[in-house]
Design a protein around this ligand. Structure first.
Ligand code: 5GP
Length: 190
């Protein structure tokens, strides 16, 4: 998506070889107009798929998911990173390794908010190694819900998550796909 690629080129900051900072428009300060455009595009891509729920993971996916949900007229559920060791039986739960923090979290979704009638679209800001997405997919599996696909803002295509998920037959629609990036030479899109 040209609009997002242009914005990443203009305001994204590459850190090292594998971290892209998008704090000025996506992750800290949020450009709501831009998010609107992303939401509209996911709606166009997943039109007719019967999405009745959007699932994301806290924290950075929530803003994107809420704006997108206005185009699908459906609720957003976000998986919570659980602090407590004793996880009650009324939640679906799995472990997710955080790419940016390098630690493993228990993530939970209440059984009240995801069920076998649901047709779920996952929305998230980044796709890197795929751990976050795979965790959300496991939660959808536990609920017996249908995974329609995943809408991702920025896929770092040089990391393995996207191709692994597509190989499993999962529909992944990334609005900007980065082939390579470097602090000095900048960002190359696919
Ligand atoms: P994965 O689980 O696919 O390895 O990483 C996805 C998660 O890590 C996303 O939810 C996102 O929050 C975070 N993440 C991964 N790569 C980046 C990055 O380059 N920049 C930022 N800001 N977050 C990232």
């Amino acid at each position: 998506m040209q609009l997002l690629e242009d914005r990443i080129r203009r305001d994204g900051k590459v850190r090292g070889t594998d971290i892209l900072k998008v704090d000025s428009f996506l992750n800290h300060q949020i450009d709501v107009e831009l998010l609107n455009a992303l939401g509209r595009e996911w709606r166009r891509l997943f039109d007719g798929c019967g999405v009745n729920k959007i699932l994301t993971i806290e924290a950075s996916g929530i803003g994107l998911a809420c704006i997108a949900a206005q185009y699908f007229n459906c609720p957003v559920v976000f998986a919570k990173k659980s602090q407590t060791k004793n996880i009650a039986g009324d939640v679906y739960t799995t472990k997710v390794e955080s790419f940016t923090h390098g630690r493993v979290y228990d993530v939970i979704v209440s059984k009240d908010f995801l069920c076998s009638d649901d047709r779920v679209l996952i929305i998230d800001d980044f796709l890197a190694n795929g751990a976050a997405l795979e965790g959300l997919i496991r939660l959808i599996g536990q609920a017996g819900a249908v995974l329609v696909g995943a809408g991702i803002a920025v896929e770092k295509a040089f990391q393995p998550g996207g191709s692994r998920l597509r190989q499993q037959g999962i529909r992944v629609e990334s609005l900007a796909r980065i082939k390579s990036m470097d602090e000095k030479t900048g960002i190359v899109f696919c």
